[in-house]
Write a protein that binds this ligand. Structure first.
Ligand code: PNS
Length: 162
């Protein structure tokens, strides 16, 4: 069985991410959830905060470890002994960006294969950005993120949830 990397910004981890991580944990021998340090996005949570939140919710999966990376994802994956990159696909709108990344990663190193998992139906509309927006505006994010993450969001944004 191969080892896999589940990369992303995870700002913060959502239940949609967790669904993909859990399914990857059942398919691959070792799974590394890899937080990108050098993402072009400006994150709400620091890399260390994102790692802490992920570590808390991934403890239930004995074959999942959490790490941060910078530089090229394919080089990082191979350095971890992983030959598979797992990405979740939600709507068709994800496809163009994901195809571009998968093809570029294959061009960079064909020893690493990208595997897509269809999102769980309950999470197809979910993204970290939309969760942050709802939390910022005081809406309920219950069921969208793990409770521990919801608490951190509340602390960070200083908003009570309704
Ligand atoms: O959760 P995101 O923001 O969609 O994740 C994007 C991520 C981190 C997977 C992507 O930006 C990435 O792989 N960055 C590392 C740099 C890299 O290898 N770029 C080439 C891939 S096209």
């Amino acid at each position: 069985m191969a080892n896999a990397v589940v990369p992303g910004s995870f700002d913060p981890v959502t239940n949609g991410h967790l669904d993909i991580i859990a399914r990857a944990a059942g398919m691959f021998e070792q799974v590394t959830v890899a937080v990108a340090r050098n993402s072009s996005k400006t994150p709400l949570f620091s890399t260390e905060e994102r790692l802490e939140m992920l570590a808390e919710v991934c403890t239930v999966y004995p074959n999942v470890t959490v790490d941060a990376f910078e530089g090229l994802l394919v080089s990082y994956a191979l350095g971890r002994g992983a030959t598979v990159i797992v990405r979740g696909l939600r709507a068709v709108s994800d496809f163009e960006y994901e195809l571009q990344m998968a093809l570029m990663n294959r061009r960079l190193n064909s020893a690493v294969e990208t595997v897509f998992m269809m999102t769980g139906a309950d999470y197809s509309y979910l993204s970290s950005n939309i969760v942050k927006e709802i939390a910022r505006l005081g809406g309920s994010i219950e069921g969208l993120v793990p409770n521990s993450v919801g608490q951190r969001l509340q602390q960070k944004l200083g908003k009570p949830r309704c």
